[in-house]
Design a binder for this molecule. Structure first.
Ligand SMILES: [Ca+2]
Ligand SMILES: [Ca+2]
Ligand SMILES: [Ca+2]
Length: 245
């Protein structure tokens, strides 16, 4: 990656607090927050009534997200691939954020979205690139939006891999598979913490693809990266949309 391009937003962060769009007046409303000693910084702009902006900075990577009430309007990582260290830092940052903001069911949607995005980023498949507008491109393929699923029902998981264009498997929602694949169909690793979780079809597809393509977590992008992309809206907005299993 071009280091010069990466360096620009870091410098602007110091000067105006918004690494994304310093030339726009809305940037003046961005508020930065360093999450403990994780090395992760978030910058949020909630000043618009239409759309809110969140930038996550981890290491030399910058992920810009804009969202409205029920979904993303932008999700741009500028091609960043998160290292295992980055992902560990993001996982810790999600916990730090949850504790610092006393996150609970009554928390603001913005706080819930911020937490879920940190959690989502921390779970990126190995070698997965957060390309520019990747999420928008994938919307046209098999993304099932945010489709709720219920625990103790059978759902037909569907996914594809480099070797197989269409794979299905009937799976009991909430069943526990080995190697941190507890709570199948929940968006996220295992069964989560005290916070409400999203339970959706796209997350079941991603869980099943990941499990069947790797025995150790960290599914490689060529097989399950598209399923990971398609689960971003579920992961982030599932609870808000009532998909609580
Ligand atoms: Ca989806
Ligand atoms: Ca796939
Ligand atoms: Ca899961």
């Amino acid at each position: 990656m071009n280091k010069f391009l990466v360096a620009i937003p870091m410098i602007l962060l110091v000067s105006c607090g918004n690494p994304k769009a310093p030339q726009q007046t809305q940037g003046a409303h961005a508020q930065s927050q360093i999450l403990g000693d994780t090395g992760v910084t978030i910058s949020r702009d909630m000043s618009s009534t239409q759309e809110h902006d969140l930038t996550v900075i981890v290491g030399d990577k910058n992920i810009d997200i804009s969202y409205h009430d029920s979904g993303f309007s932008n999700f741009d990582g500028y091609g960043a691939t998160l290292s295992e260290d980055d992902k560990a830092a993001l996982k810790k940052a999600a916990e730090v954020f949850a504790q610092a903001s006393n996150l609970n069911e009554q928390s603001s949607a913005d706080d819930q979205v911020t937490y879920k995005i940190l959690d989502y980023l921390s779970y990126a498949p190995s070698n997965y690139a957060f390309e520019s507008n990747r999420y928008d491109k994938q919307l046209a393929l098999k993304n099932e939006g945010i489709t709720c699923i219920k625990k103790n029902t059978i759902v037909k998981a569907e996914w594809n891999t480099l070797a197989a264009s269409y794979v299905t498997e009937n799976i009991l929602v909430g069943t526990n598979w080995p190697n941190s694949y507890g709570c199948m169909g929940r968006c996220g690793a295992n069964c989560g913490n005290w916070l409400p979780s999203s339970w959706t079809k796209d997350c079941m597809d991603h869980d099943a693809c990941s499990y069947r393509n790797t025995s150790s977590g960290g599914a490689a992008d060529p097989n399950c990266g598209d399923e990971f992309t398609e689960s971003a809206d579920d992961w982030t907005f599932g609870v808000i949309n009532g998909c609580r299993g």
